[in-house]
Every structure is written in C-alpha cells, then in structure tokens.
Design a protein around this ligand. Structure first.
Ligand SMILES: Nc1ncnc2c1ncn2[C@@H]1O[C@H](COP(=O)(O)OP(=O)(O)O)[C@@H](O)[C@H]1O
Ligand code: SF4
Ligand SMILES: [Mg+2]
Length: 324
C-alpha cells in the first residue's frame, strides 16, 4: 500500500528565525520565528502537500531544505544520511538530490539566456558529462517537459507563463534530483494552464520516481496532488497525515476553518479569510500558548497558556490541539 512507503526525506524540528534589526547600528531588536519547530516525512515517490495562509512559513521551510536560507536549528535526513541544519549547512551531496521550482519562473530565468543554455546551466556548474552529452541531455529534457525542439533557441520572454514553468521544471530536472520542492508552482497561472502543469508534474513523478514537497495556499490544488498533507499555522505544523484524514476527517479547528473558507463552487457558500477574521496575528506578533487561540471557537484557558504538541490521533494522523 502506498502509505507504507518509507520516508525518503525526514525533517526534524526545523527552525528558521530571522533577526529584526533597527537603527543606525542595525541592532537586533527582535526576531521573526518564521519556522518554529517543524517535523515531517516525505516518502518515496509520494507528494506531501504543505498548506496554510500567506506568511505562515511555507516558503521559508522549502528554502531551508534547499539550504537557500539559513536554518537556525533542526535536522534534515535524506535517504538515511543526516545533515545538521544547524548553522544552515546543507551538504553538497544533498543539494544535487533536491531541487526547487518557484511560483514565478520568469523572475528566476535569465532573460538574456536562450532556453537551451538555461536548462544546461546546472550541468555546466556541476561539470556533468561532455559538451556533446550535455547537448543531448538538454534536448531530452526539453521534450520531457513538453516543449518543442525548435523552441530551444528562444528567450524566456517568448514563452507563455505555463511554458516558462516547463522551462523551470526542465532546469530543475537536469541534475536528476529525487526530491523537488514545488513552491506555489501553479499559483500564477490560469486555471486551464494549471491543470496542464499539474498533469506534467504527476507524469514526471511516475516516470522518474520523484518525491514532491508541494507548497500551496490553494486547498483544491493540494487535495488534487497530495498523498499526505501538512497544515501550517504561524511557523508550526498543526495537523499532518494522509490526505483522506485531512480532507475527510479534519481534527484541528484551523484545518476546519481552511476547509470552510476554501472557495466553493456555490457562490452562496463562498467565504474568504478576510470575512472570517479581521485580526489575524502574524509571525512577528505570535500569540502565546496555542497560536491559533485568537481565532479559535474552542479556545479555553489552557490554550492561552500552553502551546499544544503535535500528537498522534490515528494511523498517519497527528494533530496539535488541547481539545481534539
Ligand atoms: N528574509 C526574511 N527576513 C525576515 N523575515 C522574513 C524573511 N523571509 C520571510 N520572512 C517572514 O517569515 C514569515 C514567513 O514567510 P514565508 O515563508 O514567505 O511564508 P509563506 O510562504 O507561507 O507565505 C513571514 O512573516 C515573512 O514576513
Ligand atoms: S489548542 Fe485550543 S485554541 Fe488551539 S486549536 Fe485547539 S482548541 Fe483551539
Ligand atoms: Mg510563499
């Protein structure tokens, strides 16, 4: 059964705290606990969805896994090989095996480079293969992501948003990674194009045996692509488990709120976050105790004092709540 697959990547108690500096001497006046003790597994050939409102720390989690922001603390174990995230060091051996794709590939594609050179860059940087082998590999990647061979000499601005995301995916695949962090990869695209890119990612997963951390604020997309789902609120995972638990039998009041607030096809039942909550706290103004207590209908005294730990409530289903 798929859910018994062992973890390929284990993240343990990951923390990323940013210093807030102020004044002429840029003194440290506080910190933003953007990621504050996050643990999860990504299993072989599976997708873990990471969902939560804007600012909850999803991107910072993904960037820390890639070594693109400095982790304050925590451990990242890839295929049994542990890397101490402490002091932000992610070993080179991990970096090649993990790649990232972003919401807006355009900003990460050099506008003056032709597509074939963009996709080739990782092979050049890591000095992989002969020039002839690199050329052949780039052609293979171009067709693998559904672009035409004659488009290889074009520049990024000559492509649509969806095609640019395909270029970003091809570049991410060049080093034959096992894990890909997908940070809102379809959020900037039209709905019809979203489906094409999601299908491409699903096909690539099957064909190449990839594992994904799929970051999105869009519950519909997360439900579509994930095997397992982690729900994040202000730097912490508040509920994690098999997709059917999260969408079928959610236990955390925040997960319930997210599901209720998701855009419905019925316009009479359409809720938005802004309507549901006027005073949403942020990572810089995080409530003590359970960070969700200012918005939670079930909050009691203990919620205002003690931060609840993530506890197992069923097979592959953990929740951080005093009252569930
Ligand atoms: N480089 C940084 N310096 C200071 N604060 C940051 C930095 N990057 C992100 N943050 C803060 O960390 C929190 C989480 O941000 P982010 O990970 O981008 O959230 P998400 O991707 O879920 O929208 C936010 O409050 C954001 O303002
Ligand atoms: S711990 Fe309390 S405030 Fe937090 S989600 Fe549970 S009931 Fe709500
Ligand atoms: Mg983000």
């Amino acid at each position: 059964m798929a859910e018994l697959a062992p973890p390929l990547l284990a993240v343990e108690d990951l923390k990323v705290h940013f210093a807030i500096r102020s004044g002429v001497f840029q003194r440290r006046v506080g910190e933003v606990k953007a990621v504050d003790g996050v643990s999860f597994d990504i299993r072989y050939r599976q997708t873990l969805g990471l969902v939560g409102e804007s600012g909850c720390g999803k991107s910072t989690t993904g960037l820390a896994l890639m070594g693109l922001v400095k982790a304050t603390d925590g451990r990242i174990v890839l295929d049994g090989e542990a890397a101490l995230a402490r002091k932000g060091s992610v070993p080179k051996s991990h970096r090649r095996r993990m790649q990232i794709i972003f919401q807006d590939p355009f900003s990460s594609l050099n506008p003056r480079q032709r597509v074939r050179d963009i996709i080739r860059a990782p092979l050049d940087i890591h000095n992989i293969g002969t020039p002839e082998e690199r050329r052949a590999e780039v052609s293979k990647l171009i067709s693998l992501v559904g672009l035409r061979p004659d488009q290889a000499d074009n520049f990024p601005h000559q492509f649509s948003g969806g095609q640019r995301q395909r270029i970003g995916i091809a570049r991410a695949l060049a080093l034959k990674p096992e894990v890909i962090v997908c940070d809102e990869p379809v959020s900037a695209l039209d709905v019809s194009v979203q489906a094409q890119i999601l299908n491409l990612l699903a096909d690539l997963q099957k064909e190449l045996g990839l594992s994904y951390l799929f970051i999105s604020h869009d519950l519909g997309v997360v439900e579509h692509v994930s095997d397992r789902v982690a729900v994040m609120y202000l730097g912490k995972i508040v509920e994690i488990g098999r997709k059917t638990w999260i969408f079928g039998k959610p236990l955390h009041p925040y997960t319930e709120l997210l599901l209720r607030s998701a855009p419905s096809h019925d316009p009479h039942h359409r809720h938005t976050f802004s309507a549901a909550s006027d005073d949403i706290p942020s990572a810089t103004r995080k409530p003590v105790g359970c960070a969700f207590h200012t918005r939670c209908p079930l909050a009691t005294d203990i919620c205002r004092q003690v931060d609840p730990p993530l506890e197992e409530k069923g097979e592959d289903h953990s929740v951080a709540c005093h009252h569930r």
